[in-house]
Write a protein that binds this ligand. Structure first.
Ligand code: SAM
Length: 437
């Protein structure tokens, strides 16, 4: 992430329609003009990548066709069906682009997306990064993960243990749920945030990727009918397809329409970098992280921040692997402590570990029909900030093993771990968010 790409954090929040937007836990830092300009440019790049999606994807299909045309006639005759399949792929890409366009069109006014031509201040067309084009493709898969029935099982694996834990520790009979403040950092497409709010909690998602923010705003606020839109999220997967129909399998979204089914509790999405937005101590009753904590250059920063922002007695529920997103990114700093290291670090920070499990089988944005299915043996834990915690980090000698309820390994065999599962991989330099509605 180079410095010219970085903009300071703002703390803009958007609430889903039908839910009020009355929580303010930190003072929104004001962007200076340079930061605001850097942020605007960054958003333009993301929008340009989304607009360029079809051209980029068509270029790949064109290349295949050119090669196909160069093959001996005999081979081409054998590949007639495959040639037709390429046409279907092109149609799917076209339909994906139409949904993306709709998403961008509807976001205008909410975000500073601008007109159809992406030009910078000096009149040059916005340059598009290859990586952003790949993120545009991944965004489609993440829409499927969070908002389609095709990925219901995947959500059950990742989100249900978190939701169950929250309900166990903040039981509806014992709490006024709308006073239980939950934060979901790295909220992605917003489904976990929405589900927790549906159960009555006051739930805030935090996200810093414009890919995610644009798509989640569309689903949370602008979709008006269940399953209205069709996407072909697996169309870019050219390998490990058993049947042509698997590559071009449609998903429909949203499987549930938040605008029509507003949650019982308040819901909002705060845009910006988790480490920069959340500095005030003792604010949240619960922090829920799904596939998030390995998104840091320094995971200890994330753990300390979670500890700091929790109220004394507050609960941290976490599920996910230790993919360490920065570990293979050229020019990025990264540390990759093992779970064994983290168990100690979490206690050194001051947490009481109430439950800790390994081997939780979880998929992530996985094509259900692919011949290659990656699966994590994820970690799951529930930790508490001690009720008598004072602000600051505990003495490392304070932790002990006695209150770990359950350490188990379900012994599942994970296969083919991918390190490319996140649309907005923070190395995009993105720091800042959109304008208020
Ligand atoms: C692997 S995805 C997980 C998304 C979602 N929690 C899920 O389980 O599907 C991690 C998300 O965290 C976001 N993220 C990473 N670092 C962040 C940071 N420092 N502040 C805010 N969001 C961040 C990324 O943009 C991405 O959407």
């Amino acid at each position: 992430m180079n410095n010219t790409q970085k903009a300071s954090c703002s703390h803009n929040r958007t609430s889903a329609q039908g839910a009020s937007n009355n929580v303010s836990t930190a003072d929104p830092p004001i962007l200076n003009p340079e930061e605001a300009e850097a942020d605007r440019k960054h958003m333009q790049k993301i929008v340009a990548a989304l607009r360029y999606y079809q051209k980029y994807c068509f270029a790949r299909v064109n290349q295949t066709e050119i090669y196909l045309n160069s093959l001996p006639k005999r081979h081409q005759d054998m590949l007639v069906e495959y040639r037709n399949h390429l046409r279907v792929i092109r149609d799917c890409i076209h339909e994906n682009q139409a949904v993306i366009k709709k998403m961008l069109r509807d976001n205008v006014g909410f975000m500073d997306i601008g007109g159809s031509e992406q030009k910078d201040k000096d009149g040059y067309n916005t340059k598009i990064d290859q990586q952003d084009l790949e993120h545009a493709q991944s965004t489609l898969k993440l829409i499927a993960r969070d908002w389609s029935t095709s990925c219901a099982e995947e959500r059950e694996q990742s989100y249900k243990p978190i939701i169950d834990a929250v309900e166990e520790f903040f039981k509806p009979d014992d709490y006024a749920l709308n006073e239980v403040k939950i934060l979901v950092p790295g909220a992605g497409l917003g489904r976990l945030t929405y589900e927790l709010a549906c159960r009555g909690y006051e739930c805030e998602g935090n996200e810093f990727s414009y890919f995610m923010l644009i798509a989640s705003h569309f689903v949370l606020n602008l979709c008006t009918e269940e399953n209205k839109y069709t996407l072909y999220p697996w169309v870019h997967q050219n390998v490990n397809n058993l049947r042509m129909s698997h590559q071009v399998a449609p998903i429909r979204f949203p499987d549930i329409c938040p605008a029509k089914n507003p949650p019982k509790g308040n819901i909002m999405i705060a845009a910006g970098d988790f480490l920069e937005v959340y500095t005030a101590p003792n604010v949240y009753d619960c922090v829920a992280t799904s596939f998030f904590i390995d998104c840091a250059n320094n995971i200890v920063d994330f753990i300390e921040t979670i500890y700091r922002i929790l109220k004394p007695g507050g609960i941290w529920v976490n599920l996910g692997p230790l993919l360490y997103h920065f570990s293979d990114i050229h020019g990025e700093n990264s540390i990759e402590p093992t779970y064994e290291n983290l168990e100690l670090i979490i206690r050194m920070v001051g947490f009481e570990v109430l439950r800790s499990q390994t081997g939780i089988r979880t998929k992530y944005a996985q094509n259900p029909q692919s011949m290659l299915k990656s699966e994590y043996e994820s970690l799951f834990w529930i930790c508490r900030k001690p009720t008598n915690a004072v602000d600051g980090i505990a003495d490392s000698s304070q932790y002990d093993d006695d209150n770990v309820e359950d350490v188990q390994n379900t012994g599942a065999n994970g296969v083919g771990i991918s390190n490319n599962h996140c649309a907005g991989r923070y190395n995009n330099g993105y720091r800042n968010a959109y304008q208020h509605q």
